[in-house]
Design a protein around this ligand. Structure first.
Ligand SMILES: Nc1ncnc2c1ncn2[C@@H]1O[C@H](COP(=O)(O)OP(=O)(O)OP(=O)(O)O)[C@@H](O)[C@H]1O
Ligand SMILES: [Mg+2]
Length: 168
Protein backbone atom coordinates (compact mmCIF):
# COMPACT_ATOMS: atom_id res chain seq x y z
CA UNK A 1 0.00 0.00 0.00
CA UNK A 2 1.13 3.55 -0.72
CA UNK A 3 2.44 5.75 2.04
CA UNK A 4 0.07 8.53 3.04
CA UNK A 5 2.17 10.16 5.72
CA UNK A 6 5.90 9.95 6.35
CA UNK A 7 7.42 11.76 9.28
CA UNK A 8 11.20 11.72 9.48
CA UNK A 9 13.26 12.67 12.52
CA UNK A 10 10.82 15.43 13.48
CA UNK A 11 11.92 17.86 16.15
CA UNK A 12 9.36 20.38 17.35
CA UNK A 13 9.50 23.06 20.00
CA UNK A 14 6.96 25.32 21.66
CA UNK A 15 8.10 28.63 23.04
CA UNK A 16 11.77 27.56 22.84
CA UNK A 17 11.11 24.32 24.71
CA UNK A 18 11.80 21.21 22.67
CA UNK A 19 8.87 18.81 22.94
CA UNK A 20 9.38 16.31 20.10
CA UNK A 21 12.92 15.00 19.96
CA UNK A 22 13.06 13.09 16.68
CA UNK A 23 9.83 11.34 15.74
CA UNK A 24 9.64 8.83 12.88
CA UNK A 25 6.22 7.66 11.75
CA UNK A 26 4.93 6.14 8.53
CA UNK A 27 1.22 5.74 7.89
CA UNK A 28 -0.06 3.94 4.81
CA UNK A 29 -3.42 4.53 3.19
CA UNK A 30 -6.22 2.81 5.10
CA UNK A 31 -4.21 2.30 8.27
CA UNK A 32 -5.28 3.31 11.75
CA UNK A 33 -2.53 4.26 14.19
CA UNK A 34 -2.92 4.88 17.89
CA UNK A 35 -0.38 7.14 19.59
CA UNK A 36 -0.14 6.54 23.31
CA UNK A 37 1.79 8.45 25.93
CA UNK A 38 1.51 10.12 29.29
CA UNK A 39 -0.08 13.54 29.70
CA UNK A 40 2.26 16.15 28.28
CA UNK A 41 4.25 13.56 26.30
CA UNK A 42 3.66 15.46 23.05
CA UNK A 43 0.76 13.75 21.27
CA UNK A 44 -1.15 16.97 20.62
CA UNK A 45 2.14 18.64 19.69
CA UNK A 46 2.68 16.01 17.01
CA UNK A 47 -0.89 16.47 15.73
CA UNK A 48 -0.48 20.25 15.62
CA UNK A 49 2.88 19.98 13.84
CA UNK A 50 1.32 17.74 11.16
CA UNK A 51 -1.56 20.20 10.72
CA UNK A 52 0.79 23.18 10.63
CA UNK A 53 -0.24 25.17 13.70
CA UNK A 54 2.27 28.04 13.74
CA UNK A 55 2.57 27.95 17.55
CA UNK A 56 4.60 24.78 17.07
CA UNK A 57 8.01 25.31 15.48
CA UNK A 58 9.53 22.52 13.42
CA UNK A 59 13.25 22.75 14.20
CA UNK A 60 14.28 19.92 11.89
CA UNK A 61 12.97 16.84 10.13
CA UNK A 62 10.28 16.54 7.51
CA UNK A 63 6.61 15.76 6.99
CA UNK A 64 5.74 14.15 3.66
CA UNK A 65 2.04 13.89 2.91
CA UNK A 66 0.72 12.07 -0.15
CA UNK A 67 4.17 12.24 -1.74
CA UNK A 68 4.68 15.98 -1.14
CA UNK A 69 6.88 17.70 1.43
CA UNK A 70 4.45 19.85 3.43
CA UNK A 71 6.82 20.75 6.29
CA UNK A 72 6.72 24.45 5.35
CA UNK A 73 3.13 24.61 4.04
CA UNK A 74 0.49 26.83 5.58
CA UNK A 75 -2.30 25.22 7.58
CA UNK A 76 -4.96 26.04 4.96
CA UNK A 77 -2.91 24.38 2.22
CA UNK A 78 -2.58 21.26 4.36
CA UNK A 79 -6.35 21.24 4.88
CA UNK A 80 -6.85 21.54 1.12
CA UNK A 81 -4.41 18.67 0.60
CA UNK A 82 -6.72 16.49 2.73
CA UNK A 83 -5.52 16.67 6.33
CA UNK A 84 -8.10 17.12 9.07
CA UNK A 85 -7.45 17.54 12.77
CA UNK A 86 -10.08 17.56 15.48
CA UNK A 87 -9.42 19.67 18.53
CA UNK A 88 -8.82 18.32 22.01
CA UNK A 89 -10.74 21.36 23.28
CA UNK A 90 -13.04 22.63 20.50
CA UNK A 91 -13.81 26.32 20.99
CA UNK A 92 -17.18 27.98 20.45
CA UNK A 93 -17.75 30.51 17.68
CA UNK A 94 -20.70 32.74 18.60
CA UNK A 95 -22.48 34.18 15.56
CA UNK A 96 -21.55 31.38 13.13
CA UNK A 97 -23.98 28.48 12.76
CA UNK A 98 -22.81 24.88 12.47
CA UNK A 99 -24.34 24.71 8.99
CA UNK A 100 -22.62 27.86 7.71
CA UNK A 101 -19.34 26.90 9.27
CA UNK A 102 -19.14 23.45 7.71
CA UNK A 103 -20.51 24.61 4.34
CA UNK A 104 -17.91 27.39 4.16
CA UNK A 105 -15.15 24.93 5.13
CA UNK A 106 -16.28 22.48 2.46
CA UNK A 107 -16.43 25.07 -0.31
CA UNK A 108 -13.03 26.51 0.70
CA UNK A 109 -11.38 23.09 0.82
CA UNK A 110 -12.91 21.75 -2.40
CA UNK A 111 -12.68 25.09 -4.22
CA UNK A 112 -16.24 24.54 -5.42
CA UNK A 113 -19.43 26.40 -4.71
CA UNK A 114 -21.43 24.17 -2.36
CA UNK A 115 -25.13 24.68 -3.04
CA UNK A 116 -27.20 25.43 0.05
CA UNK A 117 -30.01 22.99 -0.69
CA UNK A 118 -27.92 19.92 -1.52
CA UNK A 119 -25.67 20.73 1.41
CA UNK A 120 -28.64 20.81 3.79
CA UNK A 121 -29.55 17.31 2.62
CA UNK A 122 -26.01 15.99 3.06
CA UNK A 123 -25.73 17.60 6.49
CA UNK A 124 -29.02 16.05 7.62
CA UNK A 125 -27.88 12.59 6.45
CA UNK A 126 -24.61 12.81 8.35
CA UNK A 127 -26.29 14.21 11.45
CA UNK A 128 -28.79 11.34 11.38
CA UNK A 129 -25.91 8.85 11.14
CA UNK A 130 -24.36 10.42 14.24
CA UNK A 131 -27.72 10.67 16.09
CA UNK A 132 -27.07 14.41 16.23
CA UNK A 133 -30.33 16.36 16.39
CA UNK A 134 -30.63 18.43 13.20
CA UNK A 135 -31.70 21.50 15.19
CA UNK A 136 -28.01 21.84 16.13
CA UNK A 137 -27.24 22.83 12.52
CA UNK A 138 -28.76 26.25 13.26
CA UNK A 139 -27.00 26.73 16.57
CA UNK A 140 -23.75 28.66 16.87
CA UNK A 141 -20.65 26.45 16.64
CA UNK A 142 -20.15 24.76 20.02
CA UNK A 143 -21.92 27.61 21.85
CA UNK A 144 -23.44 25.97 24.95
CA UNK A 145 -22.65 22.48 23.60
CA UNK A 146 -21.83 19.76 26.10
CA UNK A 147 -18.40 18.11 25.89
CA UNK A 148 -19.82 15.15 23.98
CA UNK A 149 -21.79 17.41 21.63
CA UNK A 150 -18.59 19.32 20.81
CA UNK A 151 -16.89 16.02 19.96
CA UNK A 152 -19.85 15.00 17.80
CA UNK A 153 -19.61 18.33 15.99
CA UNK A 154 -15.93 17.60 15.25
CA UNK A 155 -16.86 14.18 13.84
CA UNK A 156 -19.63 15.78 11.77
CA UNK A 157 -17.10 18.17 10.21
CA UNK A 158 -14.80 15.24 9.46
CA UNK A 159 -17.63 13.20 7.91
CA UNK A 160 -18.50 16.04 5.55
CA UNK A 161 -14.98 17.16 4.67
CA UNK A 162 -13.99 13.53 3.97
CA UNK A 163 -10.23 14.00 4.51
CA UNK A 164 -7.45 11.65 3.39
CA UNK A 165 -5.89 11.83 6.84
CA UNK A 166 -7.95 12.37 10.00
CA UNK A 167 -6.14 13.14 13.24
CA UNK A 168 -8.40 12.63 16.24
N1 LIG B 1 1.11 26.36 23.29
C1 LIG B 1 1.89 25.87 24.27
N2 LIG B 1 2.53 26.70 25.13
C2 LIG B 1 3.32 26.21 26.10
N3 LIG B 1 3.55 24.91 26.31
C3 LIG B 1 2.97 24.05 25.49
C4 LIG B 1 2.10 24.47 24.42
N4 LIG B 1 1.65 23.38 23.77
C5 LIG B 1 2.20 22.33 24.39
N5 LIG B 1 3.00 22.72 25.41
C6 LIG B 1 3.72 21.84 26.33
O1 LIG B 1 4.24 20.78 25.58
C7 LIG B 1 4.14 19.55 26.29
C8 LIG B 1 3.41 18.54 25.44
O2 LIG B 1 2.04 18.88 25.37
P1 LIG B 1 0.99 18.09 24.48
O3 LIG B 1 -0.26 18.90 24.49
O4 LIG B 1 1.59 17.79 23.15
O5 LIG B 1 0.81 16.75 25.31
P2 LIG B 1 -0.17 15.50 25.08
O6 LIG B 1 0.71 14.30 24.87
O7 LIG B 1 -1.15 15.81 24.01
O8 LIG B 1 -0.87 15.39 26.50
P3 LIG B 1 -2.39 14.99 26.92
O9 LIG B 1 -2.41 13.49 27.02
O10 LIG B 1 -2.53 15.62 28.25
O11 LIG B 1 -3.34 15.55 25.89
C9 LIG B 1 3.42 19.88 27.61
O12 LIG B 1 4.41 19.98 28.60
C10 LIG B 1 2.77 21.20 27.33
O13 LIG B 1 2.65 21.99 28.49
MG1 LIG C 1 -3.22 16.13 23.99
Amino acid sequence: MAELLQIKDLKVSVEDKQILKGIDLTIKKGEIHVVMGTNGAGKSTLANAIMGNSTYTVDSGSIIFDGKDITEDAVNDRAKAGIFMSFQHPISIPGITVENFIRTAKSTITGENVRALSFKKELKEKMDELSFDTSYAQRYVNEGFSGGERKKNEILQMAILNPKLAIL
